[in-house]
Design a protein around this ligand. Structure first.
Ligand SMILES: Cc1cc2nc3c(=O)[nH]c(=O)nc-3n(C[C@H](O)[C@H](O)[C@H](O)COP(=O)(O)O)c2cc1C
Length: 154
């Protein structure tokens, strides 16, 4: 499959997991590109929205993975803005990946639900999710689990 991983990452956690996913899916024989969402200005602490340099094209891909950190129980603003502005996702296989610092119920679950709704609104149904708690003692296992769950989707 031709897969695009589109990631926003502020301090590098989500990017590192997304890069592992790129390696994993490539090893499975997929063609995988990784694109970072870039903001016009650095995201500040209280920002609830963001202007993106570009909205990456998704038309050429069979499948997409959207990856971002949690911010206050919501997707990081650059990812939310991207999902609001991206062209139709009709017919695409979509998976989600989030990282947060705390337990899943303190933001990651809510963030995944909001990303799912944004994808639904663009005509895609989400086929799989990965979720990693950065402060967890089981972080490595959570990353391995996310890889295993997401590679099954494609
Ligand atoms: C402003 C702000 C709000 C955050 N809110 C949450 C939150 O609600 N829940 C959570 O688990 N982590 C929260 N975090 C932690 C980040 O989601 C976490 O460190 C994430 O792994 C960072 O990913 P990144 O390095 O890809 O930017 C917050 C971080 C920041 C800076």
């Amino acid at each position: 499959m031709n897969i695009s991983i589109i990631v926003y990452s502020q301090s590098g956690h989500t990017l590192s997991v997304a890069a592992q996913l790129q390696e994993t899916l490539s090893a499975d024989g997929h063609a995988v590109t990784l694109t970072q969402l870039e903001t016009v200005a650095p995201l500040q602490m209280g920002d609830t929205t963001a202007e993106l340099n570009t909205i990456p094209e998704v038309g050429a891909y069979d499948a997409l993975v959207f990856a971002c950190p949690v911010r206050g129980g919501t997707p990081a603003p650059p990812m939310r803005v991207f999902l609001e502005q991206v062209a139709s996702l009709e017919g695409k296989k979509v998976a989600l990946l989030v990282t947060g610092f705390f337990q899943a119920k303190w933001g990651r679950e809510q963030t995944l639900a909001q990303m799912r709704a944004l994808c639904d609104a663009k005509g895609a149904s989400v086929c799989g999710v990965g979720s990693v708690g950065w402060s967890s003692l089981r972080r490595k296992q959570q990353i391995a689990r996310a890889m295993a769950d997401l590679r099954q989707v494609f």
